[in-house]
Design a protein around this ligand. Structure first.
Ligand code: TXA
Ligand code: MG
Length: 317
């Protein structure tokens, strides 16, 4: 069973070390318990997906200690500034254009050009952010398809040894996830209802905020189907490149243009997936041939993404 420790200066120092070493720490927030990892470390993010048993890579929320740290991760327009000033710290997540130079792993936002940011109010969460000295990617600390945990014991029951340490901050006061609002464009969009009522967001912005629906697929990944896809055609289960193609390798492959993991490590492959696809997606090639990835563990999520990226454009994959 994982270690469950009360929130103390000592447990926070240990938790900060675990995060910097690329391991996962579950921690309380005012909404639900989060499964936290260093948002700048692709392998830590891959470990989050592995622990949750998620069959696909949904973009995750990046937690920061204050609005200044959040502005360093993404670009804030006037709406983002207004909502941050009114509701942070608190149960609100803002989707904004990401700053590529901020050093966040590509996997954290599933290869998208936006990133979801939140400054939590819970003192345990804030203390961990300060102790870790890293932005923390943290989905709810449950296995995929299960309800979100609101006590440390729920987390232990769900995740077991996949998590190095659980910080016990008692039960979460809000008990539902944060409200997610996309303010990356000119019009705001509610992506997920949550701890901050929609009416309060509309009052703060002085305008009505539409709720994401089927025409909003591109802006609402996770809820709906649409994600980053490369411009070049993808050919899966390839053992070599045809003339003009780049070869995205997995396992030992001397002729690979880039390799997801030479040792066949799925966590490393997940961490490299989006960055490698982007790097190969350029006019010098006619297409990207991708070597076979085993359909097990994180391989399922990698293959899910590759299959959707390979599907004919203009139709849902
Ligand atoms: O209350 C919460 O938000 C909890 C605590 C731990 O902070 N976290 C949480 O994370 O619920 P998660 O990963 O379970 O939910 C993230 C939500 C998903 O609906 C996801 O699709 C959306 O945020 N999201 C994340 N990044 C996005 C992006 N770049 N664009 C659109 N939606 C995004
Ligand atoms: Mg969740």
């Amino acid at each position: 069973m994982p270690r469950i420790l009360p929130l103390t200066a000592e447990s926070l120092a240990v938790a900060g070390q675990e995060i910097r070493a690329g391991r996962l720490v579950a921690f309380p927030t005012e909404t639900v318990y989060g499964l936290g990892g260093d948002a700048t470390n692709g392998s830590a993010i891959a470990a989050i997906f592995e622990a949750k048993g998620r069959p696909r890579f949904n973009p995750l929320i990046v937690h920061l200690p204050d609005v200044g740290a959040a502005r360093a991760m993404g670009r804030f327009n006037e709406m983002a500034e207004l909502l941050a000033a009114r509701f942070w710290p608190g149960p609100l997540t803002l989707v904004v254009p990401r700053r590529p130079e901020a050093g966040l792993s590509d996997l954290v936002s599933a290869g998208l050009g936006t990133v979801a940011l939140r400054v939590p109010a819970h003192e345990g969460a804030r203390a961990l952010l300060l102790a870790a000295e890293r932005p923390l990617a943290a989905p709810s600390a449950n296995r995929s398809g299960r309800v979100s945990p609101t006590t440390a014991q729920h987390v232990a029951d769900e995740l077991g040894d996949a998590v190095a340490l659980i910080l016990d901050g008692g039960s979460c006061p809000v008990g539902v996830e944060s409200t997610v609002v996309d303010v990356s464009g000119d019009t705001p969009l509610l992506l997920r209802p949550g701890g901050v009522p929609l009416e309060d967001i509309e009052a703060a912005l002085g305008r009505s905020v539409p709720v994401a629906g089927v025409g909003d697929a591109i802006r609402a990944p996770g809820m709906l189907e649409s994600h980053y896809a490369p411009g070049l055609p993808l050919r899966l289960e390839a053992n070599h490149a045809n003339p003009g193609e780049a070869l995205l390798g997995f396992g030992p492959a001397h002729e690979a243009t880039l390799n997801l993991s030479e040792t066949g490590d799925l966590r490393e492959a997940a961490a490299n997936l989006f960055a490698h696809l982007r790097a190969l997606d350029r006019p010098g090639f006619t297409g990207i041939a991708v070597m076979p990835i085993p359909e097990a563990g994180l391989g399922r999520a990698i293959n899910d993404r590759l299959r959707r990226a390979a599907a004919p454009r203009g139709q849902p994959a």
